[in-house]
Ligand binder design. Structure first.
Ligand code: ARG
Length: 396
């Protein structure tokens, strides 16, 4: 079972099949022109928008306007209120997210006029600064140009705006985040000058393309990436491990679909839950795989699984992450409080007369599952056709 709040994000596979045999250049896959918007989906969305938010103005007029625009252009333009609501409900519909209590406070950065990769990159950097606020993290989404039949929108190939490189070393090991070894290779092929010597926490460049074009590469300036050095509340030696993590998880490869319109680039962020970093990113065998090193420093007996050294080291890792973010003044949730909040969310949704589908295996935290109330119940089954939604990334 894959648990966790949302490691929904798969790494784009290296596209060896699309490599030019002569030059070795990587080309984007041929991209079908986006379909025209289905007016039925637009109407369904507008009906929901008017029912839930009672905007001023007549729904009949708005529907007429939208049908007319679809007839003449193949798509239509959301109002800012429609788009804000659509993005918020896409979050509310995210069955894997435990942090949905605050869905209605998602902030929209409306950048629908932005299409050129360099401008998209600059806005992604601004998104990070704006959402980070020195540690008082705000849930934020930046929405770039939509797919239109005559012009697909831009695409961000990174699964998050901030990710650490996984460098292949001559000994065949990977230095950094192993999951990103393929993406790192791809960046290097595209000309990324990796830091010398390669480190364990080197922020990857952004790979952004205009529609289905060749991705262009942009560095994320260090001053846009708040990072927290990891320390432990009881063990001074922990700092010597020289671990750190970035403050803001900003998913950047899930297309947002609202009322039949697809926004292929719509990076959004919340704030971290300690276990995402402390019990998964730093610990999973295919990520940083740090439990043996921590157990060793803790002096645990690792000669047998039955000593539970992994479990003991894991808890200390999660404590270190939580403590470090607290000391640094960076917003971070803990799995106990967040589980309680999720139950509050379920109750609110129920009293609003709405279903709240949830994916148990993602909602239950990867440590102490049974200690949290979210473990001890089942949820409405997610329906993949629910809209608005953040879709699974297409392979890029
Ligand atoms: N689990 C992912 C990570 O560790 C982040 C997913 C989104 N998480 C969130 N708290 N909004 O980077």
């Amino acid at each position: 079972m894959t648990s966790l709040v949302a490691t929904n994000v798969g790494v784009p596979a290296p596209r060896s099949a699309e490599r030019c045999p002569a030059t070795g250049a990587v080309t984007a896959p041929p991209q079908a022109a986006p379909d025209a918007v289905d007016p039925g989906e637009a109407e369904q969305f507008l009906t929901q928008f008017y029912a839930e938010t009672s905007p001023s103005g007549s729904i009949d007029y708005r529907m007429w306007q939208v049908r007319h625009e679809i007839d003449s252009t193949g798509s239509y333009t959301h109002t800012v209120d429609e788009l804000t609501y659509g993005a918020r409900v896409a979050w509310r519909n995210s069955a894997r997210c435990i942090g949905r209590l605050y869905w209605n406070s998602l902030r929209l950065r409306d950048r629908r006029h932005v299409t050129a990769p360099a401008d998209v990159a600059a806005e992604c950097v601004e998104h990070l600064r704006d959402a980070t606020r020195g540690g008082r993290i705000r849930s934020t989404i930046t929405i770039f140009a939509q797919d239109r039949p005559d012009r697909p929108g831009p695409r961000i190939h990174n699964d998050q705006l901030v990710r650490y490189a996984g460098h292949r070393t001559t000994s065949g090991e990977i230095r950094g985040d192993s999951r990103y070894a393929g993406f790192t290779d791809r960046a290097v092929e595209l000309g990324w000058q990796r830091p010398e010597p390669p480190g364990r926490f080197d922020v990857l460049p952004l790979l952004i393309s205009d529609g289905g074009g060749e991705p262009e590469m942009f560095d994320v300036p260090a001053d846009a990436v708040l990072e927290v050095p990891l320390i432990h509340p009881d063990h001074e030696w922990f700092a010597e491990l020289r671990l750190r993590w970035h403050a803001v998880p900003a998913i950047s490869n899930m297309p947002l679909v609202v009322g039949g319109v697809t926004y292929p680039a719509a990076p959004f962020n919340g704030w971290y839950l300690g276990t995402e970093i402390g019990a998964r990113n730093l610990v999973d065998a295919d990520r940083y795989n740090l439990l043996p090193a921590v157990a060793d420093r803790l002096g645990l007996d690792t000669s047998s699984e039955r000593t539970m050294w992994r479990d003991r080291a894991l808890v200390e890792m999660v404590r270190a992450v939580q403590h470090s973010f607290d000391v640094a003044g960076v917003t971070m949730a803990d799995h106990h409080s967040e589980s309680q909040r999720f139950l509050t969310h379920l109750a609110r949704e129920e009293s609003a007369g709405r279903r709240c589908p949830a994916d148990w295996s993602w909602i239950v935290p990867p440590v102490s599952g049974g200690l949290t109330p979210v473990y001890h119940r089942y949820y409405d089954e997610p329906d993949p056709s629910t809209r608005p939604a953040f879709l699974q990334p297409r392979s890029s």
